[in-house]
Design a protein around this ligand. Structure first.
Ligand code: HEC
Ligand code: HEC
Length: 512
């Protein structure tokens, strides 16, 4: 991890900024707060932007498909198809809907076995009222921009991590191979995103359900391809199956279902669809590219906090640096641990994060730094999804208070997903102890690297939190907030190649 030292220049700039803030926090109006402030702020921030080498555009030099490409169009239909789940009740979009920021809006996913499988987002439930996946569903927006690994623990990982290639350069490790060993079943040149699409279909809580219990993942994938392709053991499983025509169009080929509808081609198309979901036209980008009026003064103050070295700044860019707002590495940040967990610890409800992949206890509680683009729509936040955006920002300077505010006495009743659960006060009883262990790991880490942002900062949240929060809001592409703008990524019911398209609704029955 990059370490940073406090410079005298940084101090001088901060003094200027304090005067600009007038101690009043955030709003920026009245009195001596004004005129000179505006230009001083811009001058300071432009200096930071130049020093960081930002261009505002994380897509530069990348080869990304359009949603109008035939393969991305096929991928859209597959991404929304419940036919890819064992019991035909769950689609990728059940947990990654474009109208929900590319995620599911829940803290923890409700995958297979939902009471109403077509309800997606808040209100999607199983009979026991509990999630059946232990980590928060990440957004699929901009996943074509990652070069190192996917998932919170990067368990789908590029061997060479070449910049700009989204994993196509040198083979991909998956959970089915040892660390640093390319999965031989993933064809060379496959993107991280396409390789990832192989995984959820073979996970019982995500998509597999009760289908083919104990079968090898590759046998499951083969079987699902036969179902979609209407051949072999899957023949006749889907009534009114029109997938072959869709594949022939997408691949511009007259080949047979056996040749064309392989799981490799399914994953390729799903990958191209997701790689077309690029949402980077943010107010921050406009600002970086020269428009001083694109963001508010408060957001500019927040940006200075975000980028400046620790004390007086918050040095968030140590990890969330660059135009994609992530170093794509793993770090301990001590966000809460709740829910069913990932099998770690005595009770199995702990999550050791990256250590699960490396087996190295030095990696305990490390997670891959997520991008901060489109944060406004990708909530709730962090790997168990229990924090609001305000919580997540404040976590870095008031970790214990933020935790206690969200989980008073360890209760989950203030986490929206669990608020209506009759036993919300007593759910996941190890939340307090498991979360404290993760926060303690940060304290330990700070003894090794004192430049780590968190915790123990002498910041006064009333002054610092609102500007920081305003800055984070400028990282969202307005398209992600607009259903009409997102329409190209959501299939119309008339496009369905079979009867299993997920035409999702919210809990009141309105189409998403
Ligand atoms: C039951 C909910 C669920 C379903 C269904 C599901 N996912 Fe996910 N997805 C998740 C969760 C949870 C994570 C994070 C898991 C982890 O890190 O352990 C994730 C992670 C991802 C990521 C990684 C994003 C990143 O930033 O690294 C991609 C890409 C993705 N899913 C695509 C898909 C595709 C494609 C499908 C269908 C083949 C699918 N998902 C089905 C819940 C789901
Ligand atoms: C040491 C590296 C590091 C630093 C410094 C850091 N972060 Fe993070 N950030 C992470 C990691 C890793 C996660 C994911 C942790 C998890 O889910 O458990 C994360 C998650 C987040 C999230 C939640 C994103 C999501 O999609 O769920 C937000 C918001 C965030 N950070 C903002 C900030 C801000 C603001 C700062 C500065 C005050 C900051 N981060 C400093 C590494 C870092």
């Amino acid at each position: 991890m990059k370490t940073r030292t406090l410079t005298l220049l940084g101090l001088a700039m901060f003094t200027g900024m304090l005067a600009a803030c007038g101690g009043g926090g955030g709003g920026g109006g009245g009195g001596r707060d004004d005129d000179t402030t505006q230009s001083t702020l811009d001058a300071q921030l432009r200096q930071v932007i130049a020093a960081e080498g930002l261009t505002g555009d994380p897509t530069t030099g990348r080869n990304l498909p359009s949603i109008n490409d035939p393969l991305a169009q096929l991928g859209k239909l597959l991404f929304f198809s419940k036919s890819l789940s064992g019991d035909m009740d769950t689609a990728c979009a059940s947990c990654h809907h474009p109208a929900l920021g590319g995620g599911d809006g829940l803290a923890l996913p409700v995958g297979t076995g939902a009471i109403d499988p077509d309800v997606v987002g808040p209100g999607r439930n199983r009979a026991d009222g509990l999630p059946n996946v232990g980590r928060h569903s990440q957004s699929v927006f901009n996943v074509g921009l990652y070069d190192t690994g996917l998932f919170w623990d990067s368990r789908v990982e590029s061997i060479g991590k070449e910049t700009g290639l989204n994993g196509t350069g040198s083979g991909i490790r998956t959970p089915e191979t040892a660390l640093h060993v390319a999965d031989p079943l993933v064809t060379p040149g496959t993107s991280l995103v396409a390789a990832q699409a192989r995984i959820p279909v073979a996970v019982p809580g995500e998509m597999l359900g009760s289908f083919m219990p104990g079968a090898a993942p590759e046998a499951i994938r083969q079987r699902l391809a036969e179902r979609i392709g209407d051949y072999g053991a899957g023949a006749g499983e889907i009534p009114n199956n029109n997938w072959l025509a869709a594949f022939q169009t997408a691949f511009a080929s007259a080949e047979s279902a056996e040749q064309l509808i392989t799981f490799e081609n399914i994953a390729l198309a799903i990958g191209e669809y997701q790689r077309s979901m690029i949402f980077v036209e943010t107010p921050w980008k406009a600002y970086v590219q020269g428009d001083n009026s694109a963001i508010s003064d408060s957001a500019k103050r927040g940006a200075l906090l975000f980028y400046r070295d620790l004390n007086p700044g918050l040095a968030c860019n140590q990890c969330h640096g660059g135009d994609f707002f992530t170093d794509e590495r793993h770090a301990v940040t001590g966000f809460p641990q709740t829910g069913p967990g990932k099998g770690d610890g005595a009770a199995g409800d702990q999550d050791f994060g990256r250590e699960q992949q490396t087996g190295n206890s030095a990696d305990r509680f490390m997670f891959r730094t997520p991008t901060l683009l489109n944060l406004t729509v990708t909530g709730p936040y962090a790997h168990t999804g229990t924090y609001t955006l305000e919580d997540a920002a404040q976590h870095y300077f008031l970790p214990n208070d933020t935790f206690a505010g969200r989980f008073p006495g360890g209760s989950l009743c203030r986490v929206p997903q669990f608020a209506a659960h009759p036993d919300c006060a007593n759910l996941y009883p190890n939340t307090v102890v498991n979360s404290a262990a993760a926060r303690n790991a940060v304290t330990q880490q700070r003894l090794i690297d004192a430049t780590l942002t968190f915790p123990d900062l002498s910041f006064s949240p009333p002054r610092d939190a609102p500007p920081l929060f305003d800055f984070l809001q400028t990282l969202t592409d307005p398209c992600t907030l607009n259903r009409a703008c997102l329409a190209p990524w959501i299939p119309d019911p008339s496009e369905a190649p079979d009867g299993n398209q997920l035409n999702a609704t919210d809990s009141s029955g309105s189409p998403l």
